[in-house]
Design a protein around this ligand. Sequence first.
Ligand code: HEC
Ligand code: HEC
Length: 346
Amino acid sequence: MSKFLNLAALTFAVGLTGTTAMAEPTGLGRPATPDEVAAWDIDVRPDGLGLPEGSGSVADGEPIFAERCASCHGDFGEAVDRWPVLAGGIDTLTSARPVKTIGSYWPYLSTVWDYVHRAMPFGDAQSLTADETYSITAYLLYLNDLVDDDFELSRENFTEVAMPNAEGFYPDDRTETAVWKNRAPCMTDCKPEVKITARAQVVDVTPDDPTSKHSMAAPATDEAAKEEATQVAAAPAVDPALVKAGEKVFKKCKACHAVGDKAKHKIGPHLNGIFGRAAGTAEGFKKYSKDMQKAGADGLVWDEETLATFLAKPKSMIKRTKMAFAGLKKEDDLTAVIAYLKAMTE
Ligand code: HEC
Ligand code: HEC
């Protein structure tokens, strides 16, 4: 936010007695005091404007991070459970499952400083001093392998730090580039016929139980709930074209897996009943790896999401899996084969 907007917001909040070019005076409130303005005016810009005096080193940052941040983000920024990951992921942005971190994704260091200072630790925002924020920012750079362990960050050297993905963001130039070049973007009746090629239900972003706590809009009444439930039931559960595409992808699995009527175990277990089953527990299959059995015992259950992760790169999920398969690189193939498995096992 620019200074101008901050001031405008504050003016709005406390009312205004003075004259201004922006609006007629209302006769209410009083001018904001310099202290009030300062408390609001904490944004830091990519060019360093807004940074307070101060400094902090990687060594200063480590214990602060351990005490105030690691419980959620992990000692090395690797994250605990599903809290955000803060380090690593370099070179994954163009992969099927990009890992977006400060190091791999964020274009400006000022965003790190500003965000941490403004919003973290979660639940105790704005409790960090400027020096503490410099220290933590230095430590986060260190966790991302961007500085050495003797690095100290200050207002003076702040803009010298180059973030790896700084060039990855650029202004929207589509009017000049191929997509819209010499063509006015179409705004009405652009496609004669609209065909539905996939349904959100298949990729399971839309919960089919409208009363589920994950449901986007809880129906207001029982009547509405009933109506929505019938609609959901009436909608085809899977998209035939997608299932067909998935059948093709499944050719890559067929040497080792069978699915459907009378499927038997082959090199790999048959995949009937796979959805909702703990990993490594197909009855009668004796050749599971230790790691797969352990993953199941530790709570890994197969659903769309876990299957997508596993099938994208089996070894990165189950380290010493016996499934000798490199993984499906294309997101479309993943979605399709999972839809196929779903259709075959339901
Ligand atoms: C209680 C858990 C918790 C603690 C402790 C915590 N955070 Fe966070 N952090 C979060 C959550 C939740 C988000 C995501 C917030 C959102 O998206 O609105 C987040 C987001 C972030 C992000 C942005 C990540 C991204 O890629 O979007 C950074 C950077 C960050 N935290 C740094 C810190 C630092 C530094 C500390 C310690 C001073 C800290 N956090 C302490 C829970 C925590
Ligand atoms: C070269 C043989 C081979 C190929 C190809 C293969 N798999 Fe596997 N798969 C296995 C083996 C062996 C296991 C057991 C792995 C273990 O125990 O670590 C397995 C395990 C699995 C599991 C976990 C089963 C369970 O009960 O926990 C799923 C799901 C799976 N494969 C799906 C697929 C899909 C889908 C494909 C194709 C995209 C595929 N596999 C390709 C051999 C293969």
